[in-house]
Design a protein around this ligand. Structure first.
Ligand code: KIV
Ligand code: ZN
Length: 511
């Protein structure tokens, strides 16, 4: 049987460290559940010592999941490790503390201000403390790629001696080349005397666009855990994209004779969920999950595809959770057809969610003849984004034109109470956002406003993305509606709801 490569997802930790990608508690739980459903082995849920919000997220996820292992990150500090242990205590799933310390001369000297001997002692102390709190401890050598090899080997040996059972070798700054990284993994495997007691892991950043290549090279040289994120989210240029690693392993068994526990048909759903939650749009030509990843535009390619799909296709869309069916929905389509279609698109909705999605679908179908896959994706993403909002759009009326100053009448539901106002502005979007500001006074500033048509045609839904900022905290929102201004209001309100959750109460936003 082929060796299993353990998938360690760090979308909720390293991914969340991308500027502008912060997520609410509810969103993190939703992503964690999706990762568990797809069969991810280890989910790094956060860094509990970093903030009360991170602590709560790790604790809630560890008390929600059943099968995936939940990892909590900690620096080599007592307070961090105890905080990680406390967040994981009483979990309903297997747990892990992931503790790290830098081993490169640069980091030891300038960042840590520690000698190599002090670093070795700190490794022993931190791993020993972590092992007193949980059975399963992972240790990472931060900036391992730029560390002196002999010292790195000693650090790894020390961590294993203290009880670490996973050793992670990060390319923290995305500096490595594939052959070099593979050679480092092989050298650790062959040199560290107690390496047989622990699993070797990769963690590659994408600064030179080589994160996935380096990860796979690590696997070919003995790593049996890979750290990665959905859509390659992560610090700076991101982390290794999980979907690319998994599909490379699935597609090239001749060169990569391994298996993973992940059900690849969940990939598209997870990608859309993460993109919807973070507002990080997936580029159309992104491998595996980009909108064009399975699109064949040129005549020659289309002709080849019709004759034999494998002429231009190395993996099937179905294998990543995309449907080949071009079934278009219309106003006579029923609830069962909608469920089938959404399942084919990679969404698994509860009965309650389906009931709401069906009502939204009917509302769009009354105005628009044909509903395409993209419409349904926008519809469900918007619904999910609005699921637990305290402030919601109730109604919006706008009059504007080339000669008149725009006028807006807006009603919001705020904690279940309907409140109304009127406003004007330089344009209809400005008037709409001003009206929201009258009902929900705040000082957040608009950092991003983006509109795109979900499908072709003038009857297409508009998908609007908004990013708001307040005192260094950002939140993004998205909305989809046939009416661009209604979509704008929904997106703005979603961002405001998230900011409110982050800043705790709207009073802070107003101050
Ligand atoms: O990139 C890195 O070195 C990390 C460690 C904390 C594992 O994210
Ligand atoms: Zn990292």
């Amino acid at each position: 049987m082929a060796d299993t490569i353990l998938i360690f997802d760090t979308t909720l930790r390293d991914g969340e460290q991308s500027p502008g990608a912060s997520m609410t508690l509810g969103e993190k739980v939703r992503i964690a559940l999706a990762l568990e459903a797809m069969g991810v082995d280890v989910i790094e849920a956060g860094f509990p010592a970093a903030s009360a919000g991170d602590f709560e997220a790790v604790s809630t996820i560890a008390h929600t999941l059943k099968t995936s292992r939940v990892a909590a990150l900690a620096r080599a500090k007592t307070v961090d490790i105890e905080s990680a242990g406390a967040a994981l205590r009483g979990a309903t799933c297997p747990t892990r503390i992931h503790t790290f310390l830098a081993t490169s001369p640069l980091h030891m000297k300038y960042k840590l201000n520690m000698t190599p001997d002090q670093v070795l002692s700190a490794i022993t102390e931190s791993v020993t403390l972590a092992r007193s709190l949980v059975e399963d401890v992972e240790w990472s050598a931060e900036d391992a790629v730029r560390s002196e090899r002999d010292f790195l080997f000693r650090a790894v040996e020390t961590a294993i001696k203290a009880g670490a059972r996973t050793i992670n070798i990060p390319d923290t700054v995305g500096y490595a080349m594939p052959l070099e990284y593979g050679d480092l993994i092989a050298a650790i495997k062959n040199t560290v005397p107690n390496m047989d007691l622990a699993v070797l892991s990769t963690h590659c950043h994408n600064d030179l666009g080589l994160a996935v290549a380096n990860t796979l090279s690590g696997v070919q040289n003995g790593a049996r855990q890979v750290e990665c994120t959905i859509n390659g989210l992560g610090e700076r240029a991101g982390n290794a994209a999980m979907e690319e690693i998994i599909m490379a392993i699935k597609t090239r068994p001749d060169l990569l004779p391994y298996r993973t526990n992940v059900d690849t048909t969940h990939i598209m759903g997870a990608s859309r969920l993460v993109s919807g939650v973070t507002g990080f749009v997936v580029q159309p030509n992104k491998a595996i999950v980009g909108a064009n990843a399975f699109a064949h535009e040129s005549g020659i390619h289309q002709d080849g595809m019709l004759k034999h799909a494998q002429t231009y296709e190395i993996m099937t869309p179905e294998s990543v959770g995309l449907s080949r069916s071009s079934l278009v929905m219309g106003k006579h389509s029923g609830r069962a057809a909608l469920r089938d279609k959404l399942t084919a698109l990679g969404y698994r909705l509860s009965d309650e969610e389906l009931t709401e999605a069906f009502a939204r679908f009917k509302a769009i179908a009354d105005k628009k003849k044909q509903i395409f896959d993209e419409d349904l994706i926008a519809l469900v993403d918007a619904q999910r984004g609005q699921a637990d909002e305290a402030i919601r759009l109730h109604s919006l009326h706008v009059t504007c034109g080339t000669t008149d100053r725009p006028e807006v009448r807006l009603a919001l539901s705020i904690n279940g109470q309907i409140k109304e106002t009127q406003s004007t502005g330089t344009g209809p979007v400005d008037a709409t956002f001003r009206a929201i500001g009258q009902l929900v006074p705040h000082q957040a500033t608009l950092q991003l406003y983006q509109v795109h048509a979900v499908t072709q045609g003038t009857d297409a839904q508009a998908e609007v993305t908004v990013r708001l900022e307040h005192n260094g905290t950002t939140a993004h929102g998205s909305g989809a509606n046939i009416d661009t201004l209604a979509a704008s209001a929904e997106a703005y309100l979603q961002a405001l709801n998230k900011l409110q959750a982050k800043v705790q109460r709207i009073g802070c936003l107003a101050g």
